[in-house]
Design a protein around this ligand. Sequence first.
Ligand SMILES: [Zn+2]
Length: 144
Amino acid sequence: MSHDSHCAFCKIVAAQIPASVVFENQTSLAFLDIGPLADGHLLLIPRDHYPALVDMPREESTRLLSVIPVLGRALLEVTGAEGFNVLINNGTAAGQVVPHAHIHLIPRQSGDKLGYRWHVSSYENDRPAELALAYQEALRKHID
Ligand SMILES: [Zn+2]
């Protein structure tokens, strides 16, 4: 099992840092975010150290993601939220602060004023076709 002795989340996995753990199995752990955006905000992490989701082997990431619906049902029941956001920040530019892959589950209520504004743009000319082709080529390399 890979572990980074400088990583805060690895320290939580190793019980060297206390956390309010709500779920654990052989490969993953979920606990309360200590800086919650809403009451009951959860973090779901793999026990193994991977800097980001894209660094995880496919089977590992599938196993981790499969926990989301189970946690989500519990979150809705416990917090009384009307919904929740699943958020994964991949890389510093995307707002990832702790370099150990993690998934946020953020309880939401109508009108809670949480969230962000996307600035929606549009495509010109052949750009969608170019992108689709580039994606298809890249995915042939990455899908095992
Ligand atoms: Zn780690």
